[in-house]
Every structure is written in C-alpha cells, then in structure tokens.
Design a protein around this ligand. Sequence first.
Ligand code: CMC
Length: 429
Amino acid sequence: MTESLTVRDNRTGRDYELPITDGTIRAGDLAAIRTDDDEPGIATYDPGFTNTASCRSSITYIDGEKGILEYRGYPIEQLAEDSTFLEVAYLLIHGELPDRSAYDSWVHEITYHTFVHENVKTFMQGFRYDAHPMGMLMASVGALSTFYPESRHINDQQNRHIQMVRLIAKMPTLGAWAFRHAQGKPYVYPDNDLSYAENFLAMLFKMSEQKFRADERLTKALEILFILHADHEQNCSTNAVRSVGSSQVDPYSAVSAGIAALYGPLHGGANEAVLRMLRRIGSVDNVSDYITGVKNGDERLMGFGHRVYKNYDPRAKIIKKATDDVFAVTGVNPLLEIALELEKIALEDEYFVERKLYPNVDFYSGLIYEALSFPPEMFTVLFAIPRTVGWLAQWAELVDDKDQKIARPKQIYTGDRTLDFNPREKRWA
Ligand code: CMC
C-alpha cells in the first residue's frame, strides 16, 4: 500500500492526497493546493532548512538520537580505528572500499598531485602578513579554477575524477602554506615519499632538516581527526557546495563556497570557542560556578549540544581517546583537566540530561590542535582539508542526480508594492 497524507484546505473545503515517499512529501505537490488558478499554490516556510530534505544521498548516514554516524554504511568507529584517511576518501568518493590495486593507484594519484603551480605560491605570498589562513585557503582554492579551466566540463567522468584528485591532493599544500605565511616562514614543498598526514605535518613544521619525520602517534591522531571530519551529510558548508554546484560551475568554485560557509563561527568555529571558555574558567575549582551560570542562562557550555545528535556525538568519543596519544607526545594540555570535570558534572546534571546535551566533536578537538601548536585561526583549515572529500563526494552525487535542478528557494515577499517612482530632482527639491 502506498503511504499518503490527506490535507484539507479549509479555505476551499477541498481535500488533497499527497503521496509519502521515504517519510517525505514532495513540496511540488503542495503547489496544487490553491484557492484559484491565478493564486500561487501552498509552499512551506523553513528558514535554515530544518525540516526539508534537499536531496537523496547514499553517502553519510546519521542517527542523532542513537549517536550513529556511518560513511557509505560503515560505522565511523571502525573506520577511525582501522582505515587510513585516503581509504576513507576513496570510500566516500567511489561508494565502496578499494581493493589493493585500486587503493595503490588512488594513493599514487593523490600523492603525485600535491604540488601546485608556482604562480599559486606567488599569489599566496601577495596576502597581507596577518591574513587569516582560512581566507587565504578559500581564495586559493577558488583561484585553482583558473589554472584548470577544463574543470568546467563536469559531466565528463574522467575530467571530473582528475579535478577531485587534484583538490584532495592540493588542500594540505594550500593549508600548510597559509599557516607558514602567517608565521613569516618559507613555504615548504610537498614530500611525496610521505603519507598524506605525514606530508601535511612536514609542510607545516619542517625547518632546516633534510627530512621531516613527525612522531607516528601524532600522524595517527591527525589521520583519525581527518577521518572524523571527512563528511557529515547536509550541513551548512555541504549545502553551500551543492547549492553553488547546482549552477554547474566547476568543483574548485563550488568547494571554495563550502570553505566560505565553514569559515563562519556557527559552523567551523566552535572548538575555538571551547578553548576560550576553558581558559575563562581557569581552574577545576571554578567549574561548578560556571555550570550554575549555564543553567541560569548566562552562559553556554560550548562543545555541548548538537542540532542532530541528541546523544554523545560518536566523533567526540573517538577524539577523547585520541587526546591520550597526542598528550603522551606533547605533554598534557592543562585545560584537559577542566574539560573532563565539566563533562563529568554536565553528564550527571538534570539540566543537560533533560535537554539531551552531550559533548560534540568540538569539545576535545581544540585541545588536540592547541597541543599540536596550531593557533586557533588554523582550526577551521584543519577541518576544511578533510571535509573537501565529503564536499566532492556530495558534489559528484549532485552532478549525477537527475532529480536535481539549480537551487532556487522561494521567498515570502514582505516589502511594498506598486509604488510610484519620484525622480531625484523632485524628491530632493
Ligand atoms: N549549553 C547550554 N544550554 C544549551 C546548549 C549549550 N551548549 N545547547 C543547547 N542548550 C539548551 C538551549 O538553551 C535550549 O534550552 P531551552 O529549551 O531551555 O530553551 C535547549 O538546550 C535546546 O537548544 P537549541 O539552541 O534549541 O538547540 P539547537 O539544535 O538549535 O542548537 C547548537 C544546537 C549546537 C547550536 C547548540 O547546542 C549550541 O549552541 N552548542 C554550543 C556550540 C557548539 O558546541 N557548537 C558546535 C556544534 S558541532 C559542529 C559540527 O557538527 O560541525
């Protein structure tokens, strides 16, 4: 039996039957509900798309109530434990895990596209000394479209593949150079003997040594953080990539729109806010006063709560475990003690339990990034590098989706109508 929804329009007394598919009705079916043929049909009003599905997708599954996150059906916990970031990238882009030869050639391709045109370097060097690295990243990814003009042939599968490889490969190079720029240090070229995460760390931190070898525990932690951030279905930046991509622009331009969205504090900036909060609390003795302030509505417990997860964010659990490995190398971040105490108290407190507020991905990630000597401005860059994989997988799915059209939401017009224009000379007389 097909499921349906019966709607009565009390303006006309007419009933309409709308088919339900996958728990949704088609917004287009509502357009048939109208008082007369000259009037527009019924639409929905949903700022922020909180209850509107914009696509069908087989990439990432989230069950926020149960705290489940899966990429292409594989639980995030298993991927973080046993896979590499490039294996996860292959999975997200291709929809299945690679066999040995597919994996080897994928890693080879990505590794040999890490270099950027020298003019990109010159271009990046032109930024002000104190340029925000995220602004530099956004501009340089957008600029790549001018180096690869053929990338606009988005329906050519082979062409699309090479552009995706280029973007995934070059993101660490651009991100690391944006970091070096702020420090006034020379840009370090990629080292193709190294793995994806090792090479990124080398481009960030190498000085005069012949070969930079990061501690394996740090490389592993970064690899895990990259896996956890690779995709998160239809969030603000992914929606930006899809919306801009729906105009059939090249993937560099679409991804730079995603970077722009991620730049905003409500999306990519929460882990920085967590650090500021922990510093403000200052000591374990002040935790309980802070929690009282939160419950009185004077403060927010940053790194807690999520629009989708109403349970422990599965990524937060994995990151919390990774902090041990990182701190074993870097020494314990003194703010950790405060974070652990905050979590302990909050998880037992009725205010947080009632509202289903649990730690999210950002609660511990800032502590790790700080321990790795990243300034807060770099945190969103560290998010954008792995998320590029998710953006590209979502973009490619969009390009192949016959249901998709150029994104063009409706509005409810609230302004004036049919005013008479009064020319300047009369208005100002
Ligand atoms: N501290 C204290 N109270 C909170 C918090 C918090 N962090 N989050 C939500 N609440 C309360 C809120 O005041 C409201 O209470 P009441 O019902 O009494 O008015 C209730 O919980 C529901 O909150 P909401 O604001 O309606 O929930 P939302 O889904 O709109 O907001 C959120 C989600 C993530 C914006 C919010 O929880 C928040 O501001 N958290 C802190 C910032 C943060 O950590 N952001 C990172 C999110 S993870 C990023 C990612 O996945 O990429």
